[in-house]
Design a protein around this ligand. Sequence first.
Ligand code: AMP
Length: 393
Amino acid sequence: MTPILPGSTIGIVGGGQLGRMFALEARRMGYRVVVWDPAADSPAAALADEAIIASFHDADAALELARRSDVVTLEWENADVETLRALEAVVPVRPGPGVLEVAQHRIREKDAARRLGVPTAEYRAVGSLHDLHAALAEIGVPAVLKTARGGYDGKGQAVIRDGAEAETAFRTVAPEGAELILEAFVRFRMEISVVCARSPSGEIACFPVGENEHRGGILHSTVAPARISPELAEEARRIACALAEGLEVVGLLAVEMFVGDDGVVRMNEIAPRPHNSGHYTWEACPVSQFEQQLRAVCGLPLGSADLLRPAAMVNLMGGDAGTGLGRAGTADMMAVPTAALHLYGKAEARPGRKMGHVTALGDTADEALERADRAWRALGSEVDGGALARDGG
Ligand code: AMP
């Protein structure tokens, strides 16, 4: 297969921070980038050669992206599958719509995992309150009720601790008629993730296992390597490879997992794109997850996914750090050894919105985390002081 070489144009579905970092890497390597996003001021459009500003349901915009691109990839997995199928008839779409169809739906995702020999929490499809009671009788409590589609960052889900809470959970999680999934609540000692790349020829490379801390259902920090045994790390990588191969992914597949109190590694969910928990690769690996995505979708040999040094990443959220611009603590943050700042150029800060992140390296995972945390505090510590006023919020 002929590789897609520098000078070619890569189309990206979605214009968020993942597309922005992809565009930075692609342009560094001499590729042209065209971004498709409904927002005129999307983080990726600012760094792309061209932007198509149109709704994701606009079929003409999709065909325009295909016409302008040599290959199309994505940074947002809720793109419309049928639209991508139409795109695929004109230009290679990597990963393909089939992978997306699985990743957009928690039940299909877990069905696929089971089929490929990957452990998951016990789960049942739920379409009615009657189904929910039946599922609770089988799975027991505590359990987690989630929408099958469209949920992210902990949205669209409720923990049920007692059968009496079932009806309230059912009414709050989703509008009438939505497909739901009930999962057994996993008692875990750690949340981890692996970003895996697969090329059209079937070559696979997995980045090291990241150890994730969530706050309020949103990723707060990632430490790599995860502080788990080599056996558990190997199992996590086996799972990521099995899913990437089994789903015939071309591009990236991020796999979020739980390390259970029982020592079993279970898949939670997958995303066929770069992942927040893989941002540390920018500083800590010979090739970042974004360059790896480019190599995979262009049919080039994959780069080394080795960890050069232990690393940690902490997210800057709109509620703490404002837009991140003009922060009085920036100089203090930069004084932390190895600390690196990434800001996504979002004009408007909101609680729960990812505005940027900081990464730091260390001789050990603990040292990297301590530095990243110190850098993060330096930026976020003046929420009540002058920095917030400067942010205009
Ligand atoms: P998700 O939207 O599936 O990524 O869930 C967001 C967060 O909720 C996860 O990162 C976990 O911290 C928690 N969570 C989700 N599903 C479960 C589960 N079955 N058992 C325990 N915790 C869960």
